[in-house]
Design a protein around this ligand. Sequence first.
Ligand code: BGC
Ligand code: CA
Length: 343
Amino acid sequence: MKIKGCFTAAISFCMLVLLFCGCGRQQSEVPEKIQVGVACYNQSDVFLGELVSCLKQQFEELEDSGIEITVMVRDAAGSQRTQDDQVRELIDMNCNVLCVNLVDRADPSEIIDLARDNDVPIIFFNREPVAEDMMQWEKLYYVGAKAQQSGEMQGELAADAVAGDAQTDRNRDGKIQYVVLEGEPGHQDAIIRTESAVDTLKSKGVALEKLGSGIANWDRAQAQNRMQQLLSQYPNQIEMVLANNDAMALGAIDAYKKLNYTEAALPVFFGIDGTEAGLEAVIEGKVAATVYNDKEGQAQAIGNLAVAAVTGRGMDEMAFENEKYIYLPYQKVTEENVREFLY
Ligand code: BGC
Ligand code: CA
């Protein structure tokens, strides 16, 4: 009896020890199931829509490599309020990492507070929060590209086009009369792209005359509208259109078509992004050149970072700048190399 009692006590002790060890292990163990919440500012934005498709594909590939992943995507349709609610909902649904494409890049505080309270890391992408906000918590990251580089490349491409074709200066006054179609005010890519494209053209010795500009919020239809207004002010005078993205370059072309301009009377158009429609327009010679915004590279970085942020593995392999930023390089696209960008 006594021996049996001792034996039972010993067994219970062992079980307790095991239980403790087990609990301890479970607590320090990282969750292997990755539940990603993706919040987008507006999926009707052409580039963003294509970037989100790449991101979904990236997560599928990671899943094929044996990582258990579920992805939930929400579209805020342009409202920060809606996005805040969607992030709350994603956290309630047990997402353990968030990929956030902010509506208002100057207003991420509510989302950051929610994520920090629940210890859910955030990878912001495409719409860069200001530096002070990125400092609010150590588990905040950003994946994107450098606006200045895209503007410089657009300026170089435009300078090459002017140097390569005397016809660009249609009225032969030694200057290029140009207009700019700008993205959303306040977006890191809008003003900087315009400034660096124009500065680069000037630094390459191209004499410029700015006729006007219009804000078209990255949107093709708005760009068509703005361009029609510019054309009513400056009929037959515009020699170059610098658009902050492809969608707006295509909108500008739509305006000329709508107003029945002949092919021979068109200016040169430049875009940025290399969206499907943008690349197609380069192939057809409608857009002179564009700058590739590497959505595949960005999606890959976001995917790998999401896995690393949840599991803690692979963080060392991330190409961080300033510990939390990953920037993918832009590339110039002309009719010579455009086919390399078709996937
Ligand atoms: C892209 C635009 C897009 C915007 C959305 C930019 O980087 O070039 O096409 O509309 O991001 O935030
Ligand atoms: Ca001229």
